[in-house]
Design a protein around this ligand. Structure first.
Ligand code: GLC
Ligand code: CA
Length: 546
């Protein structure tokens, strides 16, 4: 069975095209990752999860896979990947791959055969007659069904029209997928992140959705737990020490707990995104509102407590390649760049679950601050721009929405060194521009600064390994209705850890028990007293022993 220290480990997520370019084509690559392994070892992370670098037309930056067994030359070669695994392992870092099993690219051989009329391969996907399709919407805009003229049928694509959904009810598909996992396990991969894995079980009949976009019919679908259990039994579960994390799109708390519950043998842990919808007005991503702090806290609390109760485990995070950066999103990256880059993270690393760090957050990389449509590269952002404009919205208003919620906010390249051309990211023309934040800082500047965000992260990671109360303590939330503070405690044997985080840019009074020691402070606090004044975006972690 899966045995690894899931409590003490930290994962670092790499979005390869924006990480480090080794050959000057403007696109980060696998050799670029290898060049930075010492940097990641220094940070102290245990796993690297890289988003997909398989052969792909790159319509969704690699989430449209055309061959799961080959590396896209854009990123390197099979031998580069083998070197990456070997060199990472030498530094005690394990590699996790990103498996996109809900859909393939329409350039995948299976889909091409299906299009050519091969019935066997049509069964790999959902090809339907006109009277069998429904009014479901693609998550990237427009209908989820695409008409194929010469077949006079439609195929299902929950995402881009070039991402065709796979039919998991077909045992041949299931076999193909387990082979892919086995292939990469043989190569020395130690974990998998499964892309939108809770969408893979579709209903037998597709019904119109009168109240929504259709998601309620396939999210946590009818056979989802059965599928995951089987995948576990027939592939990664047969090996020791394999870490799995499922990306769960709009999952329910009830199902979330089941996916990640230890005794059920589905997945090691899951990502859910409910805490990142608190700035969606009316639950609509393309409708922005100031973040709802109470909702943010309530979401964390509900999930943390339910997971704890069921001995299930969460991946805890604020940032990834699909999300605006939290320091810009919920913090103030202009006036309090250091505090904003550390306060939310402190909460993440002190909660119950495995922290995931997304590239750049360890230096407080902010949002993209793009102000023109030409700066955007993301298929979803560009589609949505045109859809929103058609709804007679104003150009500037739509640009503001993209500035707040576009995925490209997270996809700008890492500025490694401000003394080098293109910050040392590439010798060529970067595929997407650097963040246009007025005070953008490089890795090199951060490391030389008195207040290094990187060094703060090093501490967070190191403490997890030396304090069992952080990795394994019981969690309990306090003052849950406080209007500015998110406060919780962990307990373990005779110890208590008190975590206080100020989510606002103002001073906040708070009364504490002063008989503890300061474990962490992001404002260089050196002493405490009963009546405290928390500074803007302050994070304070206190340890009590009795
Ligand atoms: C996941 C990925 C995202 C991708 C989508 C479709 O949400 O994280 O980047 O576009 O799945 O594969
Ligand atoms: Ca390159």
């Amino acid at each position: 069975m899966t045995k690894y220290n899931k409590f003490q480990s930290v994962v670092y997520q790499i979005y390869p095209r924006s990480f480090n370019d080794s050959n000057g084509d403007g696109i980060g690559d696998i050799n670029g990752i290898i060049e930075k392994l010492d940097y990641l070892e220094k940070l102290g992370v245990d796993y690297i999860w890289s988003t997909p670098f398989f052969i792909s037309p790159q319509n969704d930056n690699g989430y449209d896979v055309a061959d799961y067994y080959s590396i896209d030359p854009l990123f390197g070669s099979m031998s580069d990947v083998e070197t990456l695994i070997k060199e990472a392992n030498k530094r005690n870092i394990k590699i996790m791959f990103d498996m996109v099993f809900n859909h393939t690219s329409t350039a995948h051989e299976w889909f091409l055969k299906a299009l050519a009329g091969d019935k066997e391969y049509q069964e790999y996907y959902f090809f339907k007659d006109k009277d069998e399709i429904a009014n479901w919407q693609s998550k990237f805009g427009g209908s989820a069904f695409e008409y194929v003229d010469h077949l006079d049928q439609y195929y299902l694509h929950l995402f881009d029209v070039t991402q065709a959904d796979l039919n998991w009810e077909n045992p041949a598909v299931f076999n193909e997928l387990t082979h892919i996992i086995e292939f990469w396990l043989d190569k020395g991969v130690h974990g998998f992140r499964f892309d939108v894995i809770n969408l893979v079980s579709k209903p037998d009949v597709f019904l119109d959705d009168d109240h929504g976009d259709g998601r309620r019919f396939y999210t946590d679908g009818p056979k989802i737990h059965e599928h995951l259990k089987r995948l576990n039994q027939q592939s990664f579960g047969k090996h020791e020490n394999i870490l799995t994390v499922g990306e769960m799109s709009s999952t329910s708390l009830e199902d979330g707990v089941l996916y990640a519950s230890e005794e059920r043998h589905e997945l090691s842990m899951i990502f859910n995104f409910h805490h990142l919808k608190v700035d969606y007005k009316d639950n609509q991503k393309w409708n922005v509102q100031a973040f709802d702090f109470q909702m943010l806290k309530d979401t964390w609390i509900d999930w943390q407590l339910a997971m704890q109760e069921h001995q299930a485990y969460s991946a805890v995070f604020y940032n990834n390649h699909d999300q605006p950066r939290v320091n810009s999103r919920f913090g103030d990256d202009i006036n309090y760049p250091f505090e904003s880059a550390t306060v939310f993270t402190t909460a993440i690393h002190m909660m119950r679950g495995m922290p995931y760090i997304y590239q750049g957050e360890e230096i407080g990389l902010p949002n993209a601050y793009f102000s023109s449509l030409e700066d955007y590269r993301d298929v979803e952002s560009i589609n949505m721009y045109h859809i929103l404009m058609k709804q007679h919205q104003d150009h500037n208003k739509v640009i503001n929405i993209l500035q707040a919620h576009s995925r490209d906010n997270a996809r700008t390249p890492i500025p490694w060194d401000n003394h080098q051309k293109n910050y040392g990211f590439t010798n060529g023309q970067p595929w997407i521009d650097f963040s246009k934040h007025p005070k953008l800082k490089s890795v090199q500047e951060d490391q030389n600064s008195k207040q290094s965000i990187f060094k703060y992260y090093q501490k967070l990671i190191a403490y997890r390994k030396s304090y069992p109360i952080i990795s394994e303590g019981h969690i309990n939330f306090i003052d849950i209705d406080h209007s500015e503070l998110f406060v919780f405690e962990r307990t373990y044997n005779n110890q208590t850890l008190l975590v206080i985080t100020n989510h606002y840019g103002k001073d906040v009074p708070y009364t504490i028990n002063p008989h503890g020691t300061i474990l962490l402070s992001n404002v260089n606090r050196t002493s405490i007293k009963k009546e405290l004044t928390l500074q803007p975006y302050e994070a304070l972690v206190l340890l009590y022993e009795d």
